[in-house]
Design a protein around this ligand. Structure first.
Ligand code: ADP
Ligand code: MG
Ligand code: MG
Length: 251
C-alpha cells in the first residue's frame, strides 16, 4: 500500500535536513504506530505525505498503491485514498459539517471518475455512518470544527474518515494533549474502521493511545530515521525505558 524508501527531506527555504533516510513499508490491513521524541520529524513525515508546501524531498521515494506519491497533487492523493488527520484541525465558519463532508466526498468521487452522490443519497450515507459512530445529528449541522470541544473535533475527523472510506489513514496525534475521552473517541473510531483493505499509520508521542489501538507494528523515529521496529510490545518497552535509550543506540 505504502512504500517509503530512504526518504530524505529538508526545509524548502533552509539547508536543514529533517528526515534522514526514512524507510517504511505498510501493507493492506496493517496498523502501524510511529513513536518518537519531540522534534524527531513525525509531523514532517505526515506533511510530506500530504504534499504540504515548505518541504523538499532531496532523496528517496514514496510509492502509494504502486504510483509515485510525490508526483501527485494533494487532492489527487486524497482521491486515490490517502487520508491525513492532523493535530490542529481547521475551523470553517459558515460551512455546516454535513455540507463540508458532501463536497469532500463528491470532489473525490469526481476525481476518480465516479458518479457524484445526490443530496438524499449522501444524507442516507452520512446518517448511517454517524449513527454507527454514535455521533449526534446535531453536530452535522454545526459549522466545521467551530466551537467544537477536543472530543467533538476528533469525532468529526473520524466521521470524515468513515464517509470518505480511504484506503490509507494517517493520524498525527502527537502533542495534541488529548484527554482520556478524546483518546477513546479516536481509538474506538480507528478500531471501527480497521479492515483487511485499509491500512493505518498512527503517529503518536504517547504510549497510552496504543493501549486502545493495538498496532501490528511499532516504529521508533529518532532524528529523522526509524531506529527500531517491532511488534506491539515495543510500545511498552518505550514506555518503560523512555526514548533516550533508543536515541543513544541509534547515535
Ligand atoms: P515531531 O512531530 O516529531 O515533534 P516535527 O516534524 O514537527 O517533529 O519537527 C522536526 C524538526 O524539524 C524540528 O526540529 C522542527 O523544529 C523542524 N521543523 C519542522 N518543520 C519546520 C518548519 N516549517 N520550519 C522550521 N523548522 C521546522
Ligand atoms: Mg512536535
Ligand atoms: Mg509533531
Amino acid at each position: 500500500m505504502l512504500e517509503i524508501n530512504n526518504l530524505h527531506v529538508k526545509l524548502a527555504d533552509e539547508d536543514r535536513a529533517i528526515l534522514n533516510g526514512l524507510t517504511l513499508n505498510v501493507k493492506r490491513g496493517e496498523v502501524h504506530a510511529i513513536m518518537g521524541p519531540n522534534g524527531s520529524g513525525k509531523s514532517t513525515l505526515s506533511y510530506v505525505l500530504a504534499g504540504r508546501e515548505g518541504y523538499e524531498v532531496t532523496d528517496g521515494s514514496v510509492t502509494f498503491k504502486g504510483e509515485d506519491l510525490l508526483e501527485l497533487a494533494p487532492d489527487q492523493r486524497a482521491a486515490k485514498g490517502l487520508f491525513l488527520a492532523f493535530q490542529y484541525p481547521i475551523e470553517i465558519p459558515g460551512v455546516a459539517t454535513m455540507q463540508f463532508l458532501k463536497v469532500a466526498l463528491n470532489s473525490q468521487r469526481k476525481a476518480r471518475g465516479e458518479k457524484e452522490l445526490t443530496t438524499p443519497e449522501f444524507m442516507k450515507l452520512v446518517k448511517d455512518r454517524a449513527q454507527k459512530l454514535d455521533i449526534s445529528q446535531d453536530m452535522l449541522k454545526r459549522p466545521v470544527n467551530v466551537g467544537f470541544s477536543g472530543g467533538e473535533k476528533k469525532r468529526a475527523e473520524i466521521l470524515q474518515m468513515a464517509v470518505l472510506e480511504p484506503s490509507l489513514c494517517i493520524l498525527d496525534e502527537t502533542d495534541s494533549g488529548l484527554d482520556i475521552d478524546a483518546l477513546r473517541v479516536v481509538a474506538d473510531g480507528v478500531n471501527a474502521l480497521r479492515s483487511p483493505d485499509r491500512a493505518m499509520v498512527v503517529i503518536t508521542h504517547y504510549q497510552r493511545l496504543l493501549d486502545y489501538i493495538v498496532p501490528d507494528h511499532v516504529h521508533v523515529l529518532s532524528q529523522g530515521r526509524i531506529v527500531k521496529s517491532g511488534g506491539k510490545e515495543l510500545a511498552l518497552e518505550l514506555e518503560a525505558k523512555g526514548y533516550a535509550e533508543f536515541t543513544k543506540e541509534a547515535a
